[in-house]
Design a protein around this ligand. Sequence first.
Ligand code: CO
Ligand code: CO
Length: 305
Amino acid sequence: MVSGGDFDDAGVFRLREDLAIIQTLDFFTPVVDDPFLFGQIAAANALSDVYAMGGTPLTAMNIAAFPRCANIETFSLILQGGAQKIGEAGAFLLGGHTIEDKEPKYGLSVTGTVHPDRVVRNSGACEGDLLFLTKRLGVGIICSAIKGGAVKEEEAAAVLREMAALNREAAFAMNKSGLRGATDVTGFGLLGHLHEMCEASRLAAEVWADALPVWPQAIELAKDGLIPAGAHRNRDFLREKTEFVNTPRHLQDIMFDPQTSGGLLLAAPPAKAGKLESDLERAGVGYAIIGKMRTGRGIRILDRR
Ligand code: CO
Ligand code: CO
């Protein structure tokens, strides 16, 4: 088995009947000023693609860029933040590579393992599946407000802590419930990643805007029109694929907001939803049921309030 199509979060390669590896790579420029926290968030984000596919992270390598003139202590804190998350994931850091560049960048290449029969894919959603989302939306809006000086990093501490949180417990609950369809919500926003799941599964989706888990600060900022450029690009890209019914503009923007280290988007057959809910609750993972998969194409978003 070799795969890279159907918008999957990572590549999968079967080594044996009972063992496949999952490989992924992700890195980007700092989303916050605190270097240790940035390292944690970038590593959690990279590890997430292995979790989204039902895998267990095994090894990781740093990929980094750093300006020649910058403070080496800052660089070391970024790497320490990343190493802390790799350790928390139970994976091993094997090395890495750094180049000189004007703007710092950091991330990981991660290899995970999975049983070939238990790979969780974008294409694994079925008609009637309930959609679970495990982290709150709006972190792109909040991070760009921090950069623009509209919000202080301390005021957004809870938001940044959730970004740095691993999707490990959520993935563990997903695997225990035997789900087959999932992805993680990152740069294309909730609707972009849901659209990929719809296309790969040859289905449509319905999203309940009133059920979305959203950071309160993001609601205020979105109402003031403080939306990052990436959200507008995501909206333009999905214009033909999305239909909004009775949904306020600020919630639409939040659904297009590019997320960094976002939550898992899980497609759960109704018969498995109860067990998934109790497993997520027992693991202390916040979640919301935000919609369902349907026959047809495209995404219909409605506010039932
Ligand atoms: Co992903
Ligand atoms: Co990714």
